[in-house]
Design a protein around this ligand. Sequence first.
Ligand code: FAD
Ligand code: NAI
Length: 466
Amino acid sequence: MADSFDVIVVGGGPGGYNTAIRAGQLGLKAACIDKRGAFGGTCLNIGCIPSKALLHASERFHEARHDFAGLGIKTDVALDLPAMMARKDKVVGELTKGVEYLLKKNKVEAIVGEARIAAPGTVELKGKDGSRTLTAKNIVIATGSDVAKLPGVTIDEKQIVSSTGAIALKEVPKRLLVVGAGVIGLELGSVWRRLGSEVAVVEFLDRITPGMDGEIGKAFQRILTKQGFSFQLSTKVVGVEKSKNGLKVTVEPAAGGDKSVIETDIMLVAIGRVPYTAGLGLEGVGVALDKRGRVITDNHYRTNVPGIFAIGDCREGAMLAHKAEDEAVAVAEIIAGKAGHVNYDAIPSVVYTFPEVASVGKTEEDLKAAGVTYKIGKFAFTANARAKTIAATEGMVKIIADAATDKVLGCHIVGPEAGNLIAEVVLAMEFGASSEDIARTCHSHPTLTEAVRQAAMGVEGWTMQS
Ligand code: FAD
Ligand code: NAI
């Protein structure tokens, strides 16, 4: 006999597990299925968490080696890469176990196995203990995304790696070539640069981090170049040859032209991610996908097949864990008959390099293209007292507000703790605040948050601390 549920969630990542937990909290009988063997999806197992554990450790290593002397601390620092990797794995293990605990606590049946939607309301499960048929009134597809492949290049996760291989290298490569100057390339490039690699980046477009505010992107590139990154923009990889001494990577201008060869030890392919729905049986049940393979939904996350929903990386929008989590809460509430909703104008994004880069809302380029008139306030961290005391003065805060109403439309920060600083502006935007609201809010001294306030004051031209 089939096991029957109110909701079956396929995928145990931030989208899937949060859907199942919220459904459980709302009194629905929920199951969450993942084929990986550990819950937490890409984010906890091979994404956000292991990369941030390595970013933290490599930053401390670099700091101890290069910056402590300037603080008056004498050190004799050596790298223990196996121990650094073991700590990363421990953090991942503890967090994935934590998800299992949360699922159990909220009475969700957590199932390890591969799911296929056999018909609306029916999921066939292949697990290590055999096959099972589950039925449910509602099925939520939360199967996430996978690495985008570079045509003609085979990822072996040893010499030619994706992010998955790049967080598990056994030794520090002398030379690392990163293909794609996006979030993964720059975060993981930073890890290995700090641990001693020469890092070269090849990017197809004429700028790094496309989509980021242009001025902030340029400042970010200058900072990374000072850290030793080399960038070859408007360039594409057209072939790779393995040799005894490493890899010979052939590149040419993005628009075509003369080829040249870059020699490297490891090549990281980080040219984006693609939605993952392979083997799910979507064709059979008639769930529609768009041209990029994303599951098409309406703004209640309903696909074209009644009773089947989709959230997270496998549908449109930013491929971010917190976007998947917010959609998870919304879809569970919608299924429970409540009014779940996500405000896509106030979803932050953060690049966890040093310094960090954080953004929310519109960029100057977005507003110019939309013909919206705006005002800008900026504040450089060189003029922030706390930034001076912690020796981290590179970067700035930029706040953009509507010229007519003063409503905050966007904020872009490159600087220390940018990922934490942006939260204040996200909250302000969620409440529809003006730049004056931020400017007239008392901020503790001396803190980095004062740079946000000063940028907000700058929108009306009354910045004080510079
Ligand atoms: P996933 O987390 O991809 O989960 C989907 C799950 O579904 C997988 O575990 C998969 O095994 C399972 N699955 C698929 N098909 C089936 C099936 N048929 N049956 C059973 N199970 C199935 N985002 C951030 O916000 N911050 C970060 O710092 C960040 N860092 C990242 C670093 C890296 C290196 C990478 C690769 C990604 C990073 N991301 C980050 C992105 C983040 O990981 C994703 O946006 C997030 O995991 C998406 O969640 P999801 O639930 O939609 O999908
Ligand atoms: P990305 O979309 O951020 O960057 C890919 C880069 O590769 C772009 O600059 C693009 O122009 C370039 N590119 C594409 N094709 C190319 C080619 N053939 N040759 C050279 N360059 C090429 O994708 P990335 O870095 O792979 O990350 C995937 C997703 O994972 C991101 O979109 C992000 O949503 C998520 N992520 C989020 C993180 C965070 O929030 N801190 C960290 C890591 C990943």
